[in-house]
Design a protein around this ligand. Structure first.
Ligand code: ADP
Ligand code: MG
Length: 726
């Protein structure tokens, strides 16, 4: 069937539609409706069944009904507020009804046959309707009565009934709308034809038609998105020159051997998956997804060492300085235990002169490590041999560093790598897509392998859309011996707080440690710091016998590091902190987490914070101090108390906040998701993905499917155009 394609309709300005002039066009544009296609995708939010016409003698009262009849008389009266009150008497032969409209103007004439929809009331024995929708009987655009009436959302102040008419006009000029999917796919997935679907979603003959129509249009959205992801992935494979790393080297084995614990099955499996990717000549793009505390770090280190033992450099990018430092120290200790201790940097190495150390003192098999943050301090005390920042940058550039851990500083201009082979982005949700691309681009002539780690427990379906171009490894198994964190909700009430503080004392008496996280202060790190500092001073009064520490974002890195070190060593009992400790921090001896004003945090943030405890073998508690003032706040606290399952919390979060906030600007194509709800439509998403990936596998540039290609470009815009350039 020929007809008009959605891609073509997307090129038509909305003002080609009858009755849409510049004014209305502006309103619609303001609501994101620019093209005829946009208008057609502005689907009703609800339907009112007005297909049954009641006799006036038997009409039910006070509910939405449709009645019909002949207009016996019309009266119009001008009111003081410049409105016109119109009253009409209508008879259907079984009874008479009086209808009143308060409108600027109602066009209705005596003798006309009309249908009316609205609520019928009885007033002093007589039937009446106020402001009913009405239509001429039998008029072929009888849109609002005598049928299932679509309720379109108003857009930019353009009323629902005007929207309905605009859509009707647009639709009648556009149909038939071209089918773009092969018939075989339609029957495989069980989809309605597209033209039918547009007709039925806007103006169904019965409510039963709506679901299959919506199903079809939702599939289209998901399919377009998945096509773009499939192509992106294919581009990454075809355009890229990767590295074949050698998984058989000795470092990884030595490292795993020396760990103080055995890898979980999930860790071992993920390492295998990563190594298989790294061994292949195609660059790896893998997401390592795992609940907080599931042990992602060692998996990443195994990957990094696979690169290092093959003669390449590795890099780990973390979102905060505190976390970068922790990784640096933690990885360094693990390497030392494995006999891969950081070898001394040989500053003269580049020029080929002999090392400052005698040959036998320098273990050349060691992994040379450095830390790079935006810390401006001249001397980076943590970097190998207290190097200056400039030195560290130089050593990365000339290959004297094998493994660098850092923050955003890693992707700054001026930082170049000699041979970056494996890049890890930790806590990916804190970075944008471009930042992960930037890290990869630090290697110039080829594409290094990339591992992205996230503890944000994204529902699987969301991960498939957000990160659909990535392969995924999941750590779905916690290290043994973990006890789920008990979560309790307390108010600020003194007695409740007193009991919370008793808990702090008893945990410390048992040799454990505690975090106190201070309220989030919107938009102002300064205020946040002030409140944390105040809380720290106050708690010193509460716990004169304990050793307290304070950490916040405005401390100098060396200070932060000092506090973290003392907490790690057990010299600090209670660490008062802002959200700088939100991600990644790993202190297994800490068993108590107190979160002040917990209702002001988002769910995933609370979950991350709670993930700072329960990382060892001792039972842990998380105390949420909150007096939620909104239903959402209450929902979040209740969800936290109820479950520690990050995936369930993520779904709950999605439910509370909606998918828009989860997507953000991150994903091309997300803005094309108007009807689809990735939670509700999860099954369809999986089908769309299978179909899209299979199609692209068989027709890489969509040359045999030009309609699909044109539509994806038209609907997803410039974000995807590059994918199709040959
Ligand atoms: P996350 O996945 O949150 O980044 P980490 O990598 O920080 O988790 O690991 C959390 C804690 O679990 C660390 O203290 C780590 O040493 C420990 N750990 C990791 N793997 C195991 C394992 N297989 N068995 C026991 N403990 C482990
Ligand atoms: Mg981590």
């Amino acid at each position: 069937m020929a007809g008009r394609s959605l891609a073509y309709l997307a090129t038509l300005d909305v003002d080609v539609v009858k009755n849409i002039g510049p004014q209305i066009k502006k309103k619609l544009n303001g609501a994101g409706i620019e093209s005829v296609a946009d208008l057609l995708l502005h689907v009703p939010r609800a339907y009112l069944d007005r297909s049954q016409i009641f006799d006036l003698s038997a009409v039910p009262l006070d509910e939405e009904v449709t009645v019909g009849g002949t207009v016996l008389s019309v009266q119009q009266r001008r009111l003081r507020n410049r409105k016109v009150m119109t009253t009409a008497l209508v008879s259907d032969g079984t009874n008479v009804i009086s209808c009143t409209w308060f409108n600027p103007y109602i066009k209705i004439r005596e003798g006309a046959e009309i249908v009316l929809s609205g609520k019928v009331e009885r007033f002093r024995g007589a039937l009446q309707m106020k402001n009913p929708d009405f239509e001429n009987w039998g008029a072929d655009d009888a849109l609002a009565t005598g049928r299932v009436v679509p309720m379109h959302r108003s857009a930019g102040g353009y009323s629902p009934s005007n929207m309905r008419k605009a859509v009707f006009n647009a639709l009648s000029r556009s149909r038939p709308i071209t089918e773009i999917l092969p018939g075989s796919m339609l029957s495989r997935v069980g989809l309605m034809n597209r033209d039918e679907a547009f007709g039925a979603i806007h103006f169904p003959d019965s409510k039963d038609e709506v679901w299959p129509a919506r199903h079809r249009l939702v599939f289209d959205e998901l399919f377009r998105l998945e096509i773009s992801l499939a192509m992106q992935k294919q581009r990454q494979i075809n355009d890229a020159t990767g590295i074949s790393h050698d998984p058989a080297g000795e470092m990884v084995g030595a490292f795993v051997e020396a760990l103080p614990y055995r890898l979980t099955g999930a860790q071992a499996r993920s390492i295998d998956e990563i190594q298989a990717d790294m061994a292949s000549p195609h660059p790896m793009h893998r997401l390592l997804q795992g609940e907080v505390g599931s042990g992602k770090t060692v998996v990443a280190v195994a990957g990094l060492l696979t690169g290092v033992q093959s003669g390449y450099q590795g890099a780990v990018m973390a979102p905060t300085e505190v976390l970068a430092e922790q990784h640096y120290l933690g990885i360094r200790d693990l390497l030392i235990d494995a006999g891969l201790g950081p070898a001394a940097i040989d500053p003269a190495g580049k020029s080929g002169t002999v090392s400052l150390f005698a040959e036998d003192e320098v273990d050349r098999s060691g992994v040379r490590m450095a830390l790079l943050t935006s810390n401006n301090a001249e001397v980076n005390a943590l970097a190998a041999g207290a190097a200056t920042r400039a030195e560290v940058i130089e050593w990365i550039a000339n290959g004297e560093i094998d493994l660098v851990v850092g923050t955003h500083a890693l992707i700054q201009e001026g930082v170049t790598f000699d041979k970056l082979g494996m890049a890890v982005v930790d806590e990916q949700h804190r970075f944008g897509v471009y930042q992960r691309v930037q890290l990869r681009e630090k290697a110039e002539d080829y594409d290094p392998d990339l591992l992205i780690m996230t503890a944000t427990p994204i529902p699987r379906t969301l991960a498939m859309t957000l990160y659909g171009d990535l392969d995924v490894s999941v750590l779905d198994e916690m290290p043994p011996g973990r006890i789920p964190v008990r979560t309790v909700h307390k108010t600020r009430d003194d007695r409740a707080l007193g009991r919370v503080y008793d808990l702090v004392r008893s945990e410390v008496a048992a040799g454990r440690q505690a975090f106190v996280v201070c309220p989030l202060v919107d938009e102002s790190e300064k205020l946040e710091v002030a409140s944390a500092t105040e809380e720290y001073q106050r708690l010193q009064g509460v716990f004169p016998e304990l050793s307290l520490g304070l950490i916040h974002g405005q401390m100098r890195p060396a200070e932060k590091d000092g506090v973290m070190q003392r907490f790690r060593n057990g010299e600090v009992d209670v660490l008062v902190a802002t959200t700088v400790i939100e991600v990644g921090i790993d202190i297994p001896n800490a068993t108590l987490m107190i979160i002040e004003d917990a209702d002001r945090f988002g769910l995933s943030q609370l979950h991350q914070l709670r993930g700072r405890v329960g990382r060892g073998t001792h039972a842990s508690t998380c105390v949420l101090i909150a007096e939620p003032t909104t239903p959402q706040g209450e929902d979040r606290i209740a969800a936290m108390v109820e479950t520690t399952d990050g995936f369930r919390l993520a779904e709950e979060d999605l439910r509370i906040r909606g998918q828009g906030t989860v997507f953000g600007e991150r994903q091309a194509g997300a803005k094309d998701l108007k009807l689809a709800d990735i939670l509700r439509d999860a099954k369809l998403l999986i089908k769309a993905r299978e179909e899209a990936f299979a199609l692209v596998a068989g027709d890489p540039n969509l040359d045999d499917h030009p309609l699909i290609r044109d539509e994806v470009i038209a609907m997803l815009g410039e974000d995807v155009e590059w994918l199709f350039r040959s």
